[in-house]
Design a binder for this molecule. Structure first.
Ligand SMILES: [Ca+2]
Ligand SMILES: [Ca+2]
Length: 162
């Protein structure tokens, strides 16, 4: 039986590894703000059944790559593996890109060279496999099942190719 958690904070914990220019402090319960305008942003996260949300501003035509590297596999969930999931969302929470497994043999997640369709706010959501978003008919994520199967510590690299 899976332990059902009540509503969990968006961000359980994080450590900034490299500070990008102009980084704003994040609200404890809100998304972590990343600055990818002048290069790469690297953050660490810790996620299990829920999800972590990261926010950044992008420019129309900007090409970005988002890459999850699992740094530690933790206990507490039904699976003991590195099985992350990664979503790229627009400012209205619509899914623009999604990746489960980077390759057949690598269960970490990567969205490569995505071209941002317009200038504005974007979100990256990191979850573990099994945590499925609830999507309305506008393709917006309205909630999460918070039923992720793994527990991982990870680095998320948001790389700007400009
Ligand atoms: Ca990776
Ligand atoms: Ca995966």
């Amino acid at each position: 039986m899976k332990l059902m958690l009540p509503i969990v904070p968006l961000i359980s914990s994080f450590v900034m590894l490299t500070a990008a220019v102009g980084q704003a402090p994040a609200e404890p319960s809100g998304p972590i703000i990343l600055n990818v305008a002048k290069g790469n942003a690297l953050v660490s996260g810790n996620v299990s059944t829920g999800y972590n949300l990261f926010q950044f501003e992008g420019s129309q035509g900007q090409t970005i790559t988002l890459d999850v590297d699992v740094t530690e596999i933790l206990a507490g969930t039904s699976h003991t593996d590195e099985d992350s999931q990664l979503y790229l969302l627009d400012h209205q929470g619509r899914i623009l890109a999604y990746n489960d497994d980077e390759t057949e043999n690598n269960f970490e997640s990567r969205i490569s060279q995505f071209i941002l369709p317009k200038s504005g706010t974007y979100y990256a959501a990191v979850t573990t496999f099994g945590n499925t978003p609830v999507i309305n008919d506008q393709q917006q994520i309205t909630a999460w099942n918070n039923s992720g199967l793994s527990h991982i510590r990870y680095d998320l690299l948001v790389q700007s190719h400009q």
